[in-house]
Ligand binder design. Structure first.
Ligand SMILES: Cc1cc2nc3c(=O)[nH]c(=O)nc-3n(C[C@H](O)[C@H](O)[C@H](O)COP(=O)(O)O)c2cc1C
Length: 340
């Protein structure tokens, strides 16, 4: 079973993570991991903090040279910004602060926000690079793009830059929609016998687990509700690559709606839990949007879930074992799929 855990706070010493159940024999370089972390950190719309963070990392175990050993992979990412914000009894609306303070009986919102922060997704991305690399070696291509940025429906580098500048000048933040596509997945990953084997439910959990993600759809998603069965039957790509909770040999298409970043430079009215006075909760250091960074995290979260499903289907402790089994399966299922 492939599983992972992360720990650490936004301004603590390190983020740490463990990936267990990953096969031996997967070649991965520091440059590969660095490049993936950079894509998340330097995504459009991020704040000035990202210029200070380097996402320098240390692989503590699970690698011999550039090759995985099959042992648990543990990773450390030191935080460059270590100055813990001053204690605050003012929860930031739209964040984990209020429910977290109630849940743990705390009057200091900083103790909640430090762990609930989007910074944690740096570690999910780092662990996901191993899964991304496994897929790459099996010729499975995982990509993402931003389809919507706020009200902008045609998102190019230029239109996004202009929209982000407009929002920043207006003291506003933006949400958006990102899409993750996966090509060349073997058919038959996942399962239909139990709800929690269905790959859609597993991928949904992984992607909805990204901070700020409020919507998830597969293929035609919410549009399918308004379409007729005749129309849908003529467009099998609308299944988004999943039928009955399993990969069907077509490209997987997953889409997520990300809410606008709740931290506003002009502030949001909140209530101080110490004296119940109303005050503005002001965020001067927030990102303008998280959607571009979340798209990169989405690729890695999906890669981890799909690597787990792949290992369940094919087993094997080393890359060569898995590769051999995937090739045999592709040959066998290809005989049917190519004739449809
Ligand atoms: C990569 C990333 C960066 C984020 N940066 C910020 C930020 O700078 N300021 C902010 O208010 N929210 C930011 N968010 C969003 C919050 O983490 C998120 O809205 C908050 O945790 C509540 O989300 P939820 O309602 O989905 O739990 C970021 C999210 C991600 C994934």
């Amino acid at each position: 079973m492939l599983r992972y855990l992360t720990a650490g706070e936004s301004h603590g010493k390190y983020l740490s993570g463990i990936l267990e159940g990953f096969p031996a024999g997967v070649k991965i370089t520091r440059e590969y991991i660095t490049a993936q972390l950079r894509r998340r950190r330097q995504a459009p719309g991020r704040s000035a903090r990202q210029a200070r963070e380097t996402d320098a990392f240390e692989i503590v175990s699970g690698l011999s040279g550039n090759i995985t050993t099959g042992a648990p992979i543990s990773v450390l990412i030191p935080n460059a910004s270590r100055d813990l914000p001053l204690p605050s009894s003012l929860p930031r609306p739209g964040h984990a602060d209020l429910p977290g303070m109630l849940k743990y009986g705390l009057l200091n919102a900083v103790l909640i926000r430090e762990r609930a922060s989007g910074r944690e997704t740096a570690m999910r991305t780092a662990l996901g690079t191993f899964a991304m690399r496994l897929h790459e070696l099996l010729h499975i291509n995982i990509n993402s793009r931003v389809l919507r940025l706020g009200g902008l429906r045609t998102v190019t580098a230029e239109s996004a830059a202009a929209e982000l500048l407009r929002a920043r000048r207006a003291g506003d933040t933006l949400g958006g929609v990102f899409e993750v596509t996966v090509e060349n997945l073997p058919a038959g990953l996942g399962g239909f016998s139990q709800w929690d084997q269905r790959l859609g439910s597993r991928l949904g959990a992984a992607l909805m687990g990204i901070n700020g993600v409020k919507g998830f759809e597969v293929g035609g998603g919410f549009c399918l509700a308004a379409a007729g069965g005749i129309e849908v039957s003529k467009a099998p790509e609308l299944s988004g690559g999943l039928d009955g909770g399993m990969t069907n040999g077509r490209a997987l298409t997953l889409r997520c709606a990300v809410k606008p970043v709740p931290g506003l430079p002009g502030g949001t009215l909140s209530t101080d839990l110490r004296n119940f006075h109303k005050r503005l909760s002001v965020s001067k250091t927030s990102d303008t949007t998280a959607v571009f960074a979340a798209a990169v995290v989405g690729e890695h979260a999906a890669a981890l879930e799909l690597a787990g499903a792949l290992l369940e289907k094919f087993g094997g402790d080393s890359f060569s074992e898995i590769e051999g089994r995937v090739n045999v399966w592709r040959k066998k299922t290809g005989k049917t799929l190519n004739r449809l």
